[in-house]
Ligand binder design. Structure first.
Ligand SMILES: *[C@@H]1O[C@H](CO)[C@@H](O)[C@H](O)[C@H]1NC(C)=O
Length: 356
């Protein structure tokens, strides 16, 4: 199972995407070389510099050969890596087919390119097919370089108002819904139930699995090998995918940065029979900011659970500084316990959100 983050994106018709499958962005710094993409595209300054270096290497070789006709076209082609439509141009959207070595060129443009630049193909790509066809004839070469989708081949992709009018804007559809796209931030997790940050400027993300592990993800997306917290020995759950019991909630204290306190919510079984949910406070280790102190647990509240389902589990701090605990109604179906169920019973802690 994987965890996805919503990223604001584009109108429905347009679907800009970079070669790494990430959404395009406004680069932090000015782009010297592929300057047309410095407002919105797929290159940061570093990638821009790498492309420029490759370009000047090729130009050097062309000068030796006395052939510089192609310089502008070459630059145009090389900068397509920075296009907000790079994934379309290079056919990178399908991870099961190889990424193109050259951007997809519309036939007319490709013919021009062939006329001026066929001798640079050998510097641009290692692909034997492209190199061979560049020495054969224009129609063979351009049928290889062509992109079957007319709207997205270069330079058509620049001309379509549908694709370009709202680039980089957050767009609403006619019903007022924002257009969003998803980006994967983690995978290979077992029933991930929550993702939190600790609001301490470390920019770590904490992802909890229902079986009772909390993992630390660093800002670069990598996951630390040791879990932040391992409650798998205490937590009651089963391998059954639909089990609603387990490690269900966690919240960092608003002053976590100073006091290292956080709160957890999980299912337990007492004397191998009675089932409860438990809410505890814990602290981070005094020696390692990426590990919880396993001996720090202080139980705050335990509530008996009459059934295996509907266990709630959300823990949140309000702006008032109180910890809010959201409990389920105790389970079965239709809140059947007591005279009028648990949720409407003010003496029952089940089926409530309560502040502490
Ligand atoms: C309300 O909940 C309490 C605590 O679980 C229980 O003792 C009581 O019988 C319930 N009342 C009704 C009317 O169901």
């Amino acid at each position: 199972m994987s965890v996805m983050l919503l990223v604001l994106a584009q109108p429905a018709a347009a679907h800009p995407q970079c070669l790494d499958f990430e959404p395009p962005f406004k680069p932090l710094w000015h782009l010297e070389f592929c300057a047309q993409y410095e407002e919105f595209g797929c290159c940061d300054q570093k990638t821009d510099n790498v492309i420029a270096e490759r370009y000047w290497d090729i130009i050097d070789q062309l000068e030796v050969a006395g052939d510089e006709l192609c310089a502008d076209t070459l630059k145009e082609i090389m900068c397509q890596e920075c296009s907000p439509y790079a994934a379309h141009l290079y056919d990178a959207e399908d991870p099961y087919t190889p990424v193109r070595e050259l951007p997809g060129l519309c036939f007319g443009y490709c013919s021009e390119f062939y006329g001026k630049c066929r001798h640079v193909v050998k510097y641009l790509t290692e692909s034997q097919l492209l190199r061979d066809t560049s020495e054969r004839d224009v129609s063979t070469f351009c049928s290889v370089v062509d992109l079957s989708d007319r709207d997205y081949c270069y330079p058509n992709v620049l001309k379509s108002p549908d694709l370009n009018s709202n680039l980089g804007q957050v767009v609403e559809d006619p019903r007022g819904c924002l257009q969003l796209c998803l980006t994967e931030v983690a995978n290979n997790l077992r029933n991930p139930v929550l993702m939190l940050h600790s609001d301490d400027d470390t920019h770590r993300m904490f992802i909890a699995e229902q079986v009772g592990f909390v993992w630390v993800y660093l800002p670069d997306g990598s996951r630390l090998e040791q879990p932040f917290l391992d409650m798998s020995g205490e937590v009651l759950t089963t391998p059954w995918l639909g089990d609603e019991r387990g490690f269900l909630g966690m919240a960092f204290h608003p002053k976590y940065r100073d006091n290292g306190r956080f709160f957890i919510y999980y299912s337990i079984q007492v004397n191998s029979k009675l089932e409860k949910i438990r809410i505890s406070e814990m602290k981070v280790s005094a020696y390692d900011m990426n590990t919880a102190d396993p001996y720090s647990e202080r139980v705050i509240l335990e509530i008996e659970e009459p059934a295996a389902n509907h266990n709630g589990g959300q823990l949140l701090f309000g702006v008032d500084g109180y910890l809010y605990i959201f409990t389920g109604d105790g389970g079965k179906a239709g809140d059947p316990f007591g005279k009028y169920g648990n949720a409407q019973n003010k003496s029952a802690l089940l089926g409530k959100s309560s502040a502490h």
